[in-house]
Design a binder for this molecule. Structure first.
Ligand code: ADP
Ligand code: ADP
Length: 228
């Protein structure tokens, strides 16, 4: 078991209004699984990703990631764990503008005690001909693939993806998803991806559907689409 989420509750308070973003969530993610969390806007997907990745705390419950109970960790301990062990991809790419593609990915590798080979990772995201380019010279899809390579280079036990194709057109988004699928297969990286795009469910091993802060369905996909 790579992630175990047990009876997790998360509330947000804004002024007098309290929102229950996660209501008694239970979920398990196995090593190597590609998990897609679907649901309408406001259903709690981002909150689930944030608490699972240690970016935000919970009000109640337990979260264990790769054998470590992150809900018991304190600030710097959690930050260290996140930096070394977890990979994140967001809608925006957050690349270093004054570093080349290769250097951006090296930054990821340097954070880890057990990094992957930067060149091999860049091949896997199909950027091996763009090593010495700078981010401004790349398209959105290419920049997102650099962000994926940077996250993967540290050989994270899990890669958290928050709407990774949200800023991309459909065709470019497809390429990015294919890259994630290749990485899942090639490096056995566990992937936890949230989206409101129903079409993405086809590539998952496990599809989790959320509604109003609750998990309403967990479906195992036995006919998963393979990356071409
Ligand atoms: P999703 O990712 O599915 O769109 P979120 O996890 O972002 O859903 O939000 C779940 C609920 O929590 C929503 O009702 C949202 O308005 C609320 N929420 C999220 N973040 C905050 C915040 N920082 N402060 C107050 N309410 C929040
Ligand atoms: P939205 O589409 O709701 O604006 P984003 O995709 O920009 O959300 O980011 C999702 C969440 O992740 C936000 O709460 C943001 O603060 C957080 N976030 C974005 N980038 C990073 C990062 N590099 N490190 C940590 N948290 C981040």
């Amino acid at each position: 078991m790579l992630i175990s989420i047990q009876n997790v509750c998360k509330n947000y308070r804004a002024g007098d209004i309290e929102t229950a973003a996660l209501k008694d969530i239970n979920l398990e993610v196995n090593k190597g699984e590609f998990v897609v969390v679907l649901g309408p806007s406001g259903s709690g997907k981002s909150t689930l990703l944030h608490v699972s990745g240690g970016l935000d705390d919970v009000n109640d419950g337990t979260i264990i990631v790769n054998g470590e109970e992150i809900t018991k960790m304190k600030g710097s301990q959690l930050t260290n764990f996140r930096r070394k062990e977890l990979g994140f991809i967001f809608q925006q790419y957050n690349l270093m503008p004054n570093m080349t593609v290769f250097e951006n990915v090296e930054v990821g590798a340097r954070l880890s005690h057990h990094p992957l080979d930067v060149e091999k990772v860049l091949q896997e995201v199909m950027l091996d001909d763009l090593f010495s380019q700078f981010p401004y010279q790349l398209s959105g899809g290419q920049q997102q693939r650099v962000a994926i390579a940077r996250a993967i280079a540290k050989n994270p036990s899990i890669l958290f993806c928050d709407e990774p194709t949200g800023a991309l057109d459909e065709e470019t988004g497809k390429t990015v998803l294919e890259v994630l699928q290749r990485i899942n297969e090639e490096f056995q990286t566990t992937i936890f991806l949230i989206t409101h795009n129903l079409g993405i469910a086809d590539m998952a091993d496990k599809v989790v559907r959320m509604k109003s802060g609750e998990i309403v369905e967990v479906r195992h996909n036995t006919h998963k689409k393979r990356a071409s």
